[in-house]
Design a protein around this ligand. Sequence first.
Ligand code: G16
Length: 543
Amino acid sequence: MTVITVKTKAFLDQKPGTSGLRKKVKQFQVQHYLENFVQSIFSAVEFPENATLVVGGDGRYYNKEAIQTILKMAAANGIKRVLVGQNGLLSTPAVSNLIRKYECVGGIVLSASHNPGGPNGDFGIKFNAANGGPALERVTDSIFTVTKSITEYQILESDDIDLHTLGCSSLGDMEVEIIDPVIDYVKMMEDLFDFNAIQTMIAGGFSIKFDAMHAITGPYAKAIFEERLGAEAGSVINAVPLTDFGGGHPDPNPVYAKTLVEHMFSETAADFGAASDGDGDRNIILGKGIYVAPSDSLAILTANAHIAPAYKNGISGAARSMPTSMAVDRVAADLGVPCFETPTGWKFFGNLLDANQITICGEESAGTGSDHIREKDGIWAVLLWLNILAVTQKSVKQLTTEHWRKFGRNYYSRHDYEGIDKAAANKLMNDLRSKLDQFPGRCFGLEQIQKADDFEYCDPTDNSVTSGQGVRIIFESGCRIVFRLSGTGTDGATLRVYLERYEGDISRTELETQDALAEMILIADQIADLSTLTGMDKPSVIS
Ligand code: G16
């Protein structure tokens, strides 16, 4: 087996977005496209000798082919050992756990998360660092710099590796170990939660419906909910990972997880419903007749985390991404711990977690997690909910409505305008930015704008500054509207409009969300001229 050097030309569009490089599968299949990016990782990151890497993905179309290429390039670039999930499968949280548990130098995750898969769908590649979390901006910036001037890459000439048989083999001088993707993850969950309490609740008739959306969490969910905790067979639906997610869109929101949502609002609803996304790091939570908004879920989990063994000594602090509702801020204040506001992207929580400034964090985009790993974690969120329900003996609805009665309710919704023209989206954002100074003092009905800015974050642990993270319009009443462009889409641009209104009157905490936000929805349209500039009379997804 020999290492060969292949001449290549730079692609200028390999800038990682919110979470790694995401493009159409067809783009990744262009000759040298994947290889250029992988070589840029190996060139930009200084790996020590004897480095062990973790490699795996969510099983989407092109996963196995990409893994074969990455393994040959890792061997050619001097990596000593690679842990690979059997059949190339590993959820994103499982990768994070393996990196930390086996003290690896990092990992390469193949996923486009919640984006659709298949030959015409999306693919993605992300580098995670030794702390188990997505590489920081300075690392992704260096990778991007290399991609712009790359002229060659190294790859081992060899046959493909057998990704199915567990155990070790060699690829040149590199050892490849094919590992069970699920075992280590289940062990970690057992260490964090009171499995006996959950098992007893389930044995007492508590029913679960978990939609794995034909994505990576299927095998993890089956092993944990059905085999380990005793949920009835069939509690996990769409459990087999498919390369095209069965033609679906593995994004756990009320639109794409419609079947689950309809079930949870039906006469025969299970006691608890949940879904996860393509790579297993997102979650949504439902109870009989109730959908818990991700921002509320973060607040409720933060308020009750001490019930689970892992957090019995309390939490050091909490964090949320800027557009996430401020419900968790109220909980943190009540607990007497700090609450940090970061830009969108899980990578911004990493430093705070490493510095033990926070224990729990989350985002409106259906992600919640803790210091157990450095990624958000869908099954973790489900188990924390189940642990809390098992100990408190409350239903999802009861826990949620009691939370609102104690803290008030941050009515919250995100309106997405997907696949709009990029130029129009940039114009909309630039128009808003150019008017920031004119906004304060302007009135819309009874609402008056107090402050408007383009969010900038200074990381308190290393003082790095990240700017241009979304336009915030904050009203005297405490209401907020945030406008930002998604950094994960691959078709045109996706505009996200985040709407929030706090209701402190506890007799008014059970209104319909869109009704409660009606005024903010109108104001957002007036401020940004949404219908004209997006060319759409309504959002494509409301979550
Ligand atoms: C990624 C990031 C999240 C972010 C989400 C949406 O999640 O890790 O932090 O909230 O994208 O980002 P955007 O609003 O830019 O589309 P995932 O699950 O896609 O990896």
